[in-house]
Design a protein around this ligand. Sequence first.
Ligand code: GLC
Length: 620
Amino acid sequence: MDPDTTLDTPALDVQQEATDTQYADEWWRSAVIYQIYPRSFADGNGDGMGDLAGIDMRLGSLHDLGVDAIWLSPFYTSPQRDGGYDVADYRDVDPRFGTLSDFDALLAHAHSLGLKVIVDLVPNHSSSDHVWFQEALAASPGSAERARYLFRNGKGPGGDEAPNNWESVFGGPAWTRVTEADGTPGQWYLHLFDSSQPDFDWTNRWVRDEFIGILRFWLDRGADGFRVDVAHGLVKAEGLPDWTAEDGAATTMSMGSALESDLLGHAQQDPATPPYWAQDGVHEIYREWHQVLAEYEGDRVLCAEAWVEPLARLARWVRDDEMHQAFNFSYLETSWSATALRRVIAASLEAFGDVGAPSTWVLSNHDVIRHATRLAMPGHGAQVTEAAVSDDQPDDAHELDEALEPVEDLDGTTTAASLTSPLASDHPTAPDPVLGLRRARAATTLMLALPGSAYLYQGEELGLPEVLDIPADRREDPVFFRTDGERMGRDGCRVPLPWAAESPAYGFSTTGESWLPQPDLWRELARDAQHGVPGSTLELYRATLAERSRRDMGTGTIEWLTDYGADVVAFVNNGVTVIANVGEFAVELPVGDVLLSSEALSEAALPTDTTVWLLVTPAE
Ligand code: GLC
């Protein structure tokens, strides 16, 4: 697909009309949603682990930043073997994070500031500590308790072999064998993630009803919606058939084999689908949930974490009777290349627009390498899924080729280049931090100019990089341990935030405790060191969010501009001309008033790795 041929597609016009009328009240269509990872945001009780009281204390700073909503990663009762994505009670708050009353207070405070609150729902699996799983272990094979999860007999003599060959996303086998009550080796249970995260059997009506009860529990408390974890994984193919990825790659969260596809999937059939991802059966679950949310006032929202490609296929998650939003991971995985960016933007607007959904945009989250680091990595951390590899853009193809060349790791060994996600990557080389931050600022300034809903990840507004040198004995991500340290895991994007340059733990906690060590760099990047400082990353985010809102760019449409050259992404949205220079050379700017720029501009030229928003003076 050539983006330049899709600039004025009917799909965009249809989307615009609809936006103007029936969707006017739906806040989530254009919202900027800020992700809080509670363990690392702010610690209210001094134990070194963030909590709800800490979030409550710091909520004013998010209001000040100018976001519309917060999404809270899990704060539920959990042994924390996967940072809270291993839930032991879906209807309570873990004592580490506080109490249900703390949640109610936080919600009320957020609402009083005009901030919506989205909570995280983890329906693919529970913690093995959950009473449902403990009951299943105590019950016998074939019991109703076991039927909540995916227990199967093993293969081979004595059932000694796992029921199939699936691998865990976190490394190692996806099956663990249990010991039956009589002490004999017993059945196996499926866990697509850690062995402490057994997968539910979503063909079981009991499971479905329990989760509807959980949705109602949080909706009744006033939650404005749910971010749905692993929303492409709940239903597995019947018979749980063996699966080997064509390229021999280990199981990842993504659908795989998109190398052959283009972003909209026009060029081919859907990519080969592993039997544990993107099964058609998931959609009826979300239709049911949609109905539940629709009973409540106030436009409650479901957002899918679904690593599904191509975008046209992902759009099935947001048909008008299913979820409302889906994270746009194709965007997150795009390299810092003008061609690739134009393509993914056009494809996203088309794919989501076709089903009447807003596009979403995201650059960082708690599972991927922070974009202030990623965008300076070889290949810019791009998954090699982009159609750019196969088209007529020699520069981009060259860049991606380079990305595939072996690189030298921190420890001197060589591996293939690092990819977006530490789930999939080995240890990346330390990239140039100045370049990374410059590109990250330009990338965010571009992203926030796009119509639709944008997600920000805590700390990106401070320009925080990935922390690459966390000692092994301080790491907590199961990915690191399940791969014997071969994959670095995701701790590097989860380091507690710096609030105050001169305070213990940079203001994260009052005691100086911090569950992950904070680098010295946190001093200069602390929020109070950036607040009110012209040119700081924090002030850039504040100005950009304010301008986006003032000019209604979230509900606007894009009109592409093609006269700035191949290395530039340029368009007009609601009267604002947006120009991102992704190339090596400065680009001449049109005459007009500069609203904001990701770097200081000294003359009428836009330097490399810089994005500007301006009001162009009409030609006489
Ligand atoms: C999602 C979460 C990730 C978690 C995984 C298993 O991808 O974002 O943090 O480890 O699901 O629940």
